[in-house]
Design a protein around this ligand. Structure first.
Ligand SMILES: Nc1ncnc2c1ncn2[C@@H]1O[C@H](COP(=O)(O)OP(=O)(O)O)[C@@H](O)[C@H]1O
Ligand SMILES: [Mg+2]
Length: 296
């Protein structure tokens, strides 16, 4: 069975998506792994980092996005016949090992979720609504992925910032999570908050259906600027005292304009500009990623 790994941080703009798509590409290109990227963010940045908007528009017209699979879980009686295999796009950027489950601008209807779960609590005569909700959250993403999980070495979930239903469900489905962070004092607060929320999520599923989830590592995405060096060291010291060495990546990702520019060509930077500093950092980070997975 493939590993399911989510990329999470409550903050937006810290480099989650960039990390996800470049790690996935390096795993497929340099290590011949079979990798699926799943876009769980309504901003569809992962999708548009790997596919042109015109192509995405065509898929969306045919309802070939993750929304359709989520809807099948919310509305099991809907007359739908597409499977996850029909929706996954193979051969992303020309690599046979790289595949994408495209995201959508509208991922799910919150009202419908609440209505369905409320009805289900009534039908099953369960008083504790939280129990019904937790069970749904626990199984949503993992049951969407279950039919194809053994076809991949790695399934990387690109989560939205914040802590919405899909982020929680993606985390609950994962074996590991990656935490990209900027080395700024405030981002430390974000890391601690996320750790606390994940501990709570594990707790809420402890008895019935334990979540076997671990932090694979914090990855620093370095910022530029003159004051940053001092802040960086201060934050690094704090992080090192809060986490064990195996919970931190030795490699970090530098700020590199080529990384940002690659988005314009709908191609990860490791393909768009392979000799750039950013690309080289992602290549090394991928090696460290694989050795961390092996050591666990
Ligand atoms: N190492 C980097 N160097 C330069 N720009 C980067 C780097 N990493 C991310 N970016 C840019 O920063 C922005 C936010 O990154 P993104 O990966 O979308 O963050 P998130 O998914 O956490 O919201 C994007 O415009 C992206 O191109
Ligand atoms: Mg993102």
């Amino acid at each position: 069975m493939g590993y399911i790994i989510s990329t999470v941080n409550m903050k937006g703009g810290v480099g989650k998506t960039t990390l996800t798509v470049n790690l996935a590409t390096c795993l497929a290109k340099n290590h011949q792994k079979k990798v699926l990227v799943v876009d769980l963010d309504a901003q569809i940045s992962a999708t548009l980092s790997m596919m042109a908007p015109q192509e995405f528009a065509q898929l969306r017209k045919k309802r070939k996005t993750i929304s359709y699979l989520i809807e099948k879980h919310i509305r099991p009686k809907s007359r739908s016949n597409l499977t996850i295999e029909d929706i996954i796009c193979p051969n992303i950027c020309g690599f046979s090992g790289l595949e994408l489950l495209p995201g959508d601008l509208e991922l799910y209807d919150e009202y419908l979720v609440s209505q369905t779960l409320h009805q289900s609590a009534l039908d099953k005569e369960i008083d504790d609504f939280a129990q019904v909700w937790n069970q749904f959250e626990r199984l949503l993403i993992s049951s969407i992925l279950a039919p194809i999980q053994d076809k991949y070495d790695f399934i990387l979930l690109d989560c939205a910032p914040g802590y919405n239903l899909l982020t929680r469900s993606g985390i609950a489905a994962s074996d590991y999570y990656l935490l990209p962070a900027r080395p700024e004092p405030l981002s430390l607060v974000g890391i601690q908050l996320l750790e606390r929320r994940i501990a709570k999520l594990k707790e809420s599923h402890l008895e019935k259906d334990p979540v076997n989830l671990n932090l694979l590592g914090i990855i620093f995405i370095l910022s530029g600027g003159t004051l940053i060096g001092r802040y960086y060291n201060q934050v690094m010291r704090r992080v090192k005292s809060d986490f064990s060495p195996e919970q931190l990546f030795d490699n970090s990702i530098p700020m590199d304009i080529n990384v940002a520019k690659a988005v314009d060509s709908f191609t990860p930077v490791v393909l768009d500009s392979p000799n750039s500093a950013g690309s080289k950092a992602f290549v090394k980070l991928t090696q460290e990623f694989l050795s961390k997975i092996t050591n666990r």
